[in-house]
Design a protein around this ligand. Structure first.
Ligand code: PLP
Length: 459
């Protein structure tokens, strides 16, 4: 074990990690990154198959973002937004309003996805207090939802494994079924589906809308749940119904934003304009922590009033609107424009689709889902009746560990392999990464090889 791995194991507590397992196993220490590759302290290179967990867009060490941060550094790294404005925050707010769906006119900055959603939930709640409907206090959210790790966002979350232990500290949302077609619990067939999941929502809204402030949703893809995808038209229906019943729609685009679904934002796929939209992960191209909650003039205006009316939104963070982060975000958006990133995605998405159709045929692949460059491959013990592997087998984790031997970093969510490469990956790189995934699944599930049996010469 090298010194850095030792330091890590002695002092660091990793997120979402059983530290007993972490400390028992060899770990990689990343020393550098370049393009879509990560390089460890031993000099091994790996494809960054999860975009450093969704955040990276244009690759690492992207010249334009490096330079934008260095230039900003020569002016100011950070100044408070409490009582002061800043150049990059003002410029960025204008650009975010321009690129997001119509109707979103104001930008509230924070630091990460969790705080962006926390802000949206609190804004929605306080909005109804100001509008003279103080009974609207509850939130609708989806089963399997993930909106972050602060207590407010865990409250609207629905992943039992993560959230159960904190239950006594949380407020209760009204849960509606996850619209994931592969796992449909409403007995619906995807091909002839009349979306019974929408009927459930309509019933909840019809009965309870007077108590409901907002509905929080990850549009198109429930990411952390294992890339669960909703049927086409679901999101548009949710928008229609929330409008009809006067419930604010909060679109949590923390994962889906910035090109992931093939459009700049997932909402665009169904021509949806939410009342609040949360952004983070890809916002700085993977460089700095930054988040934004966008909202309408209607909501913003409800908070205006004389000082002594105390209608202020009392919320903010020390690093809100950090100048370096805003400069990185401006460079990120500039690259989207100048390199026509969205236009360039078409061929990449098609190449992934092609490869996935091969992967779907593997004996132990139950489902291979794709939305743009968001991919989920669900492993299964037997196809018939969709029998999963026993939890203890940790099959997803095994395949991911194995893929490292072939030079790819991916992560499991249970037995779903999640793959979301940087948008900058070329068609060929996407094919190569998916080929590694295919080979790893086959060798682990059919030949029962483990990572230790692969020689580095096989790379
Ligand atoms: C990751 C994620 C969050 C939380 O973002 P953090 O930056 O990790 O706090 C919130 N919502 C969605 C949809 C996410 O994928």
């Amino acid at each position: 074990m090298n010194r850095l791995e030792q330091l890590d194991k002695e002092y660091v507590w990793h997120p979402f990690t059983q530290m007993k397992d972490w400390n028992d196993q060899p770990q990689k220490v990343i020393a550098a990154a370049n393009g879509i590759k990560l390089i460890d302290t031993e000099g091994n290179e790996y494809y960054d198959g999860v975009s450093s967990l969704w955040v990276n867009i244009h690759g690492h060490r992207k010249k334009e973002i490096d330079e934008a941060i260095i230039e900003q550094l020569s002016k100011a790294a950070h100044t408070t937004m409490l009582g002061l404005a800043s150049i990059p925050a003002a410029e960025l707010a204008k650009e975010l309003v321009e690129v997001t769906p119509n109707g979103l006119e104001k930008v509230f900055f924070s630091d990460d996805g969790s705080t962006a959603v926390e802000v949206a939930v609190k804004m929605a709640f306080q909005y109804w207090q100001h509008k003279g409907k103080p009974g609207k206090q509850k939130f609708i959210s989806l089963e399997q939802a993930y909106h972050g790790d602060t207590l407010g966002t865990v409250s609207v979350g629905g992943i039992d494994l993560f959230h159960r232990v904190f239950k006594p500290l949380l407020f209760d949302p009204v849960h509606i079924p996850s619209p994931s077609c592969y796992h449909c619990q409403l007995g619906s067939d995807q091909n002839t589906c009349g979306m019974p999941c929408i009927a459930v929502l309509e019933k909840v809204l019809a009965e309870h809308h007077e108590e409901i402030a907002g509905l929080v949703i990850e549009p198109l893809v429930q990411a952390a749940a294992g890339m669960l995808m909703s049927p086409p038209g679901y999101l548009a229906k949710v928008r229609e119904l929330t409008k009809k019943y006067e419930v604010l729609l909060i679109a949590d685009e923390v994962a889906t934003g910035f090109g992931r679904t093939g459009k700049m934002f997932a909402c665009e796929n169904e021509a949806v304009s939410p009342d609040l939209m949360t952004l983070s992960k890809g916002i700085t191209g993977g460089y700095m922590p930054l988040a934004a909650t966008l909202t309408t003039n209607e909501i913003y205006n409800a908070f205006l009033g004389d000082y002594d009316e105390k209608k202020t939104f009392y919320h903010g963070h020390s690093y809100t609107g950090n100048q370096l982060a805003c400069a990185a975000a401006l460079a990120n958006l500039r690259i989207f424009r100048e390199e026509k990133v969205i236009e360039g995605l078409k061929d990449k998405i098609a190449a992934a689709k092609e490869k996935l159709s091969q992967i779907r045929k593997l004996k132990h692949v139950g489902d291979a889902r794709q939305c743009g460059l968001i991919i989920g491959i669900e492993l299964i013990e037997t196809q018939e009746k969709k029998v999963p592997y026993p939890w203890k087998a940790a099959m997803g984790a095994k395949v991911c560990l194995y893929a490292r031997k072939y030079g790819l970093i991916i992560r499991p969510v249970g037995d779903v392999l999640v793959f979301m490469p940087p948008l900058a990956s070329t068609v060929q790189e996407i094919q190569t990464m998916l080929q590694i995934i295919k080979r790893s699944i086959k060798e682990v599930t059919e030949e029962q090889l483990c990572a230790a049996q692969v020689q580095p010469t096989d790379l």
